[in-house]
Design a protein around this ligand. Structure first.
Ligand code: PNS
Length: 159
């Protein structure tokens, strides 16, 4: 069985992320979306909320599961018997950091391959931080994040 993990902060999930998940779900038998719990920056949504939002918008994909994780990505992948890490690349700016991470993860676990998917050009300008900034200015989020979660983002930005 080919199992892949798709890791990230997903604070919140965007249409760019969802596009990668949908495409990866056609290639792999199972895709585990891994939500990183602790990062230095304080997230807008708690890990539980981020997992919940992802589960809602991936409900139509029966080979996709979502779980949060702490610690090393390669350990999370191992726990789920995944030997592929999927990363999305939007622009050339993403490349250097992702290249470094891929090499480091390969050193940590030689069995685990990082595979890159090019973002859909429609979504190449979208990032979770842009979504948060836009939501803070009460900008229109439709087409940028899945419709089902727009209200959750608006509500969170009001708090
Ligand atoms: O969406 P992001 O914030 O760009 O995702 C980054 C993520 C979660 C993929 C990355 O920070 C990560 O893999 N963190 C887990 C810790 C780890 O394994 N780091 C690499 C070796 S130090």
């Amino acid at each position: 069985m080919r199992i892949a993990v798709y890791p990230g902060s997903f604070d919140p999930i965007t249409n760019g992320h969802l596009d990668i998940i949908e495409r990866a779900s056609k290639i792999f038998d199972k895709v585990i979306v891994g939500v990183l719990r602790n990062k230095n920056k304080k997230p807008l949504f708690s890990a539980e909320e981020r997992v919940d939002l992802i589960k809602r918008v991936t409900n139509h994909l029966n080979n996709v599961e979502t779980a949060s994780f702490d610690g090393l990505l390669v350990e999370f992948a191992k726990q789920h018997n995944a030997n592929v890490i999927i990363k999305g690349l939007r622009t050339v700016n993403d490349f250097e950091y992702e290249f470094q991470m891929a090499l480091l993860n390969k050193t940590l676990n030689d069995e685990c391959e990082t595979m890159f998917m090019m973002t859909n050009s429609m979504y190449s300008y979208i990032s979770s931080s842009m979504v948060k900034e836009l939501a803070g200015y009460k900008g229109n989020l439709s087409g940028i994040v899945p419709d089902e979660i727009i209200q959750n983002i608006k509500d969170k930005c009001k708090q």
